[in-house]
Write a protein that binds this ligand. Structure first.
Ligand code: CDP
Ligand code: MG
Length: 670
């Protein structure tokens, strides 16, 4: 009997079933060729159609090769741009290898490490591998690194290109496999000079592309209508609909169920969906029931769903955008690229000829859509990137080997922000604070807020707030009858001074009720989000204690309890402050952007000054998670940033001027 060399047990029935399927994947036919190529090259580039088996099979091939030649415990790492993909693929591969997830095969994503000392194959987000490089600059634990989904050109993947190139020249024994669906292969070949390109021939069936005659006014409506029509008039075959985010997807799912009832099996797919629900998209089909998957971009290339014959593509996705002038980074629903549209269409032709319904005109495809999505490095705030690269010892950020260099103005802005936060000194070297900030897996402002919170005697509370801000929204808001009850429950947690303190109230109540799931249910609180917040908090506590930052609280009955917390918030987020002008509008301090309080905001009045956690661009400019602060504090907490000499002329400046005069008078009586 054949034994599983990892577990030492006999293979299960399921193992053999999956093995048959694996053998039919296109990459399987090229296993030997791949292994030879791997043996004779340090870097190799592999391009193959989505669904050809790259992500699930190639790391296993690598593993076989590595463990034949190196019996010791070497790790193979495979990066994914998305945490959902890392988790889902790791589970799948553990199943394929007939081992328990977290043992020989594991995953690591921000705030969640599911690996053990036994782990030999690890799926991890590209961001996590960057973090690992910060403490292990030569990535000594790895024998082979697979950079997957390179065509997505996420910020972290782009940085890894440069970092790994350096590591490879210092470690001749390390190998790199770059994998991608479409990739501008030439660019990659040029970048990794000398690396061979291996192509896995696709076995795509023809996909008929149908455009709308006229532009659609409401793509959500039109998507739902199209699904209903497909179901009524097209032969059997599953449907994949691309929408932009959780709320929209849940909304669409409800409406489709409403129209078609149980003739169809409607499955949502987005990143904050619990893993068990995500797994449902891979459930084997039920006879005579059409499966309709409504998904974000995840299903474009990261996850392959078998059985899809029809694709509905409204042509939009949420994309990160950054404007260095206004310093606003936001996720914006925007038109996809032609390359993305073609990837989406391809999803229809995996098993047999399919159809793709594009909910835009052919003219629009040709003239309005850009050819390729811009790499994320050109669309992001780079403050975190600079911090990481500095920590990696890369001092000259201009000479770093970027595949696409970032815009100088964006780079300048990042350096400025880090100077303002005290992370860099005048020579642009990391300060002690900067060193510490780089070790928090958080944005620089939040890291700064945590680091200074002991000085405000409220690090316990700031830890809780940071944890709550790092997990998905904890408030559940069902549709229909329960909605009112949910809103009332939410209002009970409301704090008059703002949303950050409301989140703190939720966390405290949750802890007081010992993390009881019933309590969560009754109060319309998402239990899973709370459990992750608890977990995140623990991890942040560990980082704090590594730096001897004490955990402390002010006396709860003291007047200063909430004031201290609000000041600490400001000490991190002083760049995200808005001032109410005489016309009743908020303008962001310094940048003068008009913004509105997000509808979810718990404030029942409009304070003159607020600090906000996030700028959300939708139909209007919203600031979300907002807390009331006092103008006087700005000068105390961030004297340099709010120094009047470097302030543009605006109403906020005049108010600050008055405040500082008043302060001087009070401070130095003549
Ligand atoms: O990476 P690539 O797009 O080339 O393919 P893959 O993700 O390795 O997927 C290969 C096959 O595994 C597809 O047919 C998937 O449907 C299947 N798969 C699965 O059944 N369950 C998963 N959780 C992941 C993949
Ligand atoms: Mg893949």
């Amino acid at each position: 009997m054949e034994m599983n060399k990892w577990s030492g047990k006999a293979y299960s029935q399921r193992y053999y079933e999956i093995l048959e399927k694996r053998k039919s994947l296109p990459v399987y036919a090229q296993k030997q060729e791949f292994l030879q190529c791997l043996m004779s090259n340090q870097t190799l580039i592999l391009v193959g159609e989505t669904g050809s088996g790259k992500t699930t099979q190639i790391p296993q091939f690598v593993l076989e090769a590595v463990h034949e030649n190196h019996p010791s415990k070497w790790l193979v790492g495979c990066t994914q741009p998305r945490r959902v993909a890392a988790m889902s693929v790791a589970s799948r591969v553990a199943e394929e290898m007939d081992v328990a997830i977290g043992e020989e095969v594991g995953y690591s994503v921000r705030f969640e490490d599911c690996t053990s000392s036994k782990t030999v194959l690890k799926y991890l987000t590209d961001g996590m591998l960057m973090r690992e490089a910060m403490t292990d600059p030569l990535l000594q634990r790895y024998k082979v690194i697979v950079l997957d989904e390179a065509h997505e050109r996420t910020l972290a993947t782009d940085l890894l290109f440069g970092v790994l190139k350096r590591v490879l020249s210092n470690r001749p024994d390390l190998k790199l496999v770059v994998m991608s669906a479409t990739l501008e292969a030439e660019k990659c070949l040029e970048y990794f000079r000398g690396a061979p390109l291996m192509k896995v021939p696709g076995r795509l069936h023809p996909v008929e592309i149908l455009y709308t005659q006229e532009p659609e006014r409401d793509y959500l409506d039109s998507a739902i209508r199209t699904v209903v029509q497909i179901h009524m008039f097209e032969p059997p075959g599953d449907v994949l609909v691309f929408l932009t985010g959780e709320e929209e997807i849940e909304d669409a799912c409800r409406k489709i169920v409403c129209e078609l009832g149980d003739q169809v099996n409607v499955v949502p797919l987005y990143s904050s969906l619990p893993p068990a629900m995500q797994q449902k998209i891979f459930d084997p089909p039920t006879e005579n029931v059409r499966k309709i998957v409504v998904s974000t971009n995840i299903a474009e290339t990261s996850l392959t769903i078998d059985g899809v014959v029809y694709v509905v593509d409204p042509g939009f996705a949420k994309q990160k955008l950054y404007n260095p002038e206004t310093r606003v980074e936001s996720l914006l629903v925007s038109a996809i690229s032609q390359a993305s549209a073609n990837q989406r269409a391809g999803r229809a032709g995996r098993t047999r000829p399919g159809k793709c319904f594009r909910l835009y005109t052919e003219k629009s495809f040709n003239h309005d859509l850009i050819e390729q999505t811009y790499p994320e490095i050109l669309r992001s705030n780079l403050a975190n990137t600079v911090l990481t690269l500095k920590k990696l010892g890369i001092d000259n950020l201009v000479c770093f080997d970027y595949m696409d260099p970032p815009a100088p103005v964006t780079m300048g802005r990042a350096l400025n922000d880090l100077l303002d936060l005290g992370a860099l000194d005048e020579e642009l070297n990391l300060t002690r604070t900067g060193e510490m900030m780089s070790e928090f897996p958080l944005d620089p402002q939040m890291a700064k807020m945590l680091i200074v919170s002991p000085k405000f005697n409220c690090s316990n509370e700031i830890l809780s707030i940071s944890a709550m801000l790092s997990v998905p929204n904890c408030f559940v808001r069902p549709r229909g009858e329960a909605q009112k009850a949910a809103d009332e429950a939410r209002a009970r947690f409301g704090h008059t001074d703002g949303d950050h303190l409301t989140l703190l109230n939720v966390y405290h109540d949750y802890k007081q009720n010992n993390g009881d799931s019933n309590w969560c249910y009754q109060n319309f609180i998402n239990h899973k989000a709370m459990k992750s917040a608890d977990n995140v908090r623990e991890q942040l506590v560990r980082i704090m204690s590594r730096f001897n930052l004490k955990t402390c609280s002010s006396d709860f009955t003291s007047r200063d309890y909430y004031i201290n917390i609000r000041k600490a918030l400001l000490a991190g987020y002083f760049m995200q402050v808005a001032h109410l002008d005489r016309t009743g509008h908020y303008l962001t301090a310094k940048d003068g952007q008009m913004v509105h309080l997000h509808p979810s905001c718990c404030l029942d009045h409009k304070p003159e000054w607020v600090v906000y956690n996030e700028y959300v661009l939708t139909s209007r400019n919203f600031i979300r998670t907002v807390t009331y602060i006092r103008g006087e504090w700005l000068v105390d907490v961030a004297p340099d940033y709010y120094h009047l000499s470097n302030f543009p002329n605006c109403e906020a400046k005049r108010v600050l001027q008055k405040l500082s005069k008043k302060r001087d008078r009070a401070g130095n009586p003549k």
